[in-house]
Design a protein around this ligand. Structure first.
Ligand SMILES: [Zn+2]
Ligand SMILES: [Zn+2]
Length: 255
């Protein structure tokens, strides 16, 4: 089943309790390789799968993965898209690609409400692997869900991640300064241009005084085209933020 193409089923409370009980009685194996999880470092992934390190050469600005033949001896190499039109955020980085470990992690977090996984993921951040100044931020902010979507899902996976990242890095988290004012249609299956149009004016800062002059780290679960991050970053910059960086668990190549 492709999680990204089908709307997640909304589980009833009884259904959720039942699946929790079943998982306790019959623990499933590693979400990547199905190995039994006895002694594993996480409740979802075995040691070897969890230990895998992403090794991508990335665009210095948007963090997009660069093709292996791209010359990257230049330390601040930027991809073609960033050279043509620099995004409104200064730096974006992810833990790794959506294929494999991090895609599984995002789906567990988002569709199966394994929210404690956020702490495990934040624990994987190795600050020194990030560009200078990446963590010099005043506020960590999640990419918000529209209130109607939040009611439907019951939680915002990006808010859980932002809280975990804030704790991990010792940074204050501001969960309610950025709002999603337009309930945009799902981005799944949309092309980059359509995504940009879809979210362009979907975000607003509700308390500009708290954002003015601040350096902000936006947190999301997945970066696909960067359209959502760009829209959030623009809203923050309009409100007077001095700089916006972004962090996400995974990067998914656009369709
Ligand atoms: Zn495994
Ligand atoms: Zn780039």
């Amino acid at each position: 089943m492709n999680y990204m193409k089908s709307a997640p089923l909304k589980q009833s409370r009884t259904g959720h309790a039942l699946s929790v009980a079943l998982e306790f009685l019959f623990p499933s194996g590693c979400q990547v390789c199905a190995t039994p999880l006895r002694g594993a470092p996480t409740p979802w992934f075995c040691g070897p799968c969890w230990a895998v390190e992403a090794d991508h050469r990335v665009c210095f600005q948007c963090g997009d993965f660069l093709a292996s033949e791209t010359v990257t001896r230049v330390p601040e190499w930027r991809c073609g898209a960033c050279m043509r039109a620099a995004p409104p955020f200064a730096r974006a980085r992810v833990l790794g690609g959506y294929d494999g470990l991090y895609g599984h992690a995002v789906r567990l977090l988002k569709y199966r409400e394994k929210t404690s996984l956020a702490n495990y993921l934040a624990g994987r951040i190795r600050p020194r692997a990030y560009p200078d100044g990446f963590w010099d931020v005043d506020l960590v902010m999640p990419v918000p869900l529209h209130p109607s979507r939040l009611r439907e899902r019951g939680f915002n996976q990006s808010a859980r991640l932002a809280a975990a990242v804030g704790r991990r890095m010792g940074l204050p988290v501001a969960g309610h300064l950025l709002e999603r004012t337009v309930a945009t249609a799902s981005q799944v299956g949309l092309k980059r241009r359509e995504r940009l149009r879809n979210v362009a004016r979907a975000f607003a800062v509700c308390d500009t005084d708290s954002v003015a002059g601040k350096s902000v780290l936006l947190v999301d679960d997945v970066i696909t085209t960067g359209a959502t991050l760009s829209a959030c970053a623009r809203a923050l910059m309009r409100a007077g933020a001095v700089r916006v960086n972004a962090w996400a668990v995974a990067r998914q190549t656009a369709l």
